[in-house]
Design a protein around this ligand. Structure first.
Ligand SMILES: [Zn+2]
Length: 254
């Protein structure tokens, strides 16, 4: 079996047999990798504490046919602040779940890896109401399915210059809809222009500015839209609240 070294973020872990754990990793060099960490559920295991979800690690792995085997782990960043604060933990798990859904097995995706590490670093430093939404929209951008927000997706009239007012989002058609076109077609969600403007800022490269948005109805609306857009893209529902409960039960390492 070939031995290799890679850098990774732990997306999630689950139990295997008596004392082992499967870790799902987003690696820098190989995309999503599933690996066995042997003996980590025994007390005193040195590997175990370094393989918690959201941890950024350097690993040595043996390549396996289906599952690789973790032989060494060094923490690059433990992100302790994230795991010690429930709000940050919930946000981290929401991000990790989305990456787990989007990442392809053994298919390198350096921009996705860089974005994940960047988001976790930001979250570790300072929580932000729009962090998860910002990540989801950028993720949709990486996937090439960000919505069209500068013109009506149905009639093509540009929003700039105030020609039309965009008042809804049609996720099936992939963009904003103007007031004139609103009565035609289904699948639309009414949105406030400020919410669309904020999404456009995130997608347009001003994520840092958008992250300054305080918690409140606007941030909640943008987060809701982001979740719906990502779920539409994934064609499945995200399980963040359930994950949060599970991770609380999983966290004890003391
Ligand atoms: Zn229109």
């Amino acid at each position: 079996m070939a031995l290799y070294r890679d850098e990774a973020v732990v997306l999630r872990t689950y139990k295997l047999a008596e004392a082992d754990r499967i870790v799902v990793l987003l690696t820098a060099g190989r995309g999503k990798v599933r690996a066995v960490a042997k003996g980590v559920r025994r007390t005193g295991s040195r590997l175990g504490g370094r393989l918690e979800p959201s941890t950024h690690v350097q690993l040595m792995l043996h390549e396996g046919r289906e599952l690789d085997v973790v032989t060494q782990v060094e923490a690059v960043h433990q992100f302790r602040t994230i795991r010690e604060d429930l709000v940050r933990l919930r946000d981290a798990l929401a991000i990790l779940e989305a990456v787990d859904q989007v990442a392809r097995e053994r298919s390198p995706d350096p921009p996705l890896f860089a974005m994940l590490v960047g988001a976790l670093r930001t979250l570790d430093r300072r929580p932000a109401a729009l962090l998860v939404a910002g990540f989801y929209w950028k993720l949709l951008g990486l996937e090439g399915t960000a919505p069209m927000l500068d013109a009506c997706v149905r009639c093509g009239t540009p929003a700039a210059g105030g020609d039309v007012e965009l008042v809804a989002l049609d996720l099936a058609e992939g963009g904003a809809v103007c007031r004139v076109c609103l009565p035609t077609g289904g699948g639309r969600r009414a949105v406030r222009p400020e919410a669309l403007a904020l999404v456009a800022r995130i997608l347009g490269g001003d994520l840092a500015g958008a992250l300054a948005t305080p918690a409140g109805p606007l941030a909640a609306e943008v987060t809701n839209l982001a979740t719906q857009a990502l779920e539409a893209h994934l064609e499945r529902r995200l399980r963040v609240p359930r994950l949060l409960d599970r991770s609380i039960a999983d966290v004890p390492t003391w």
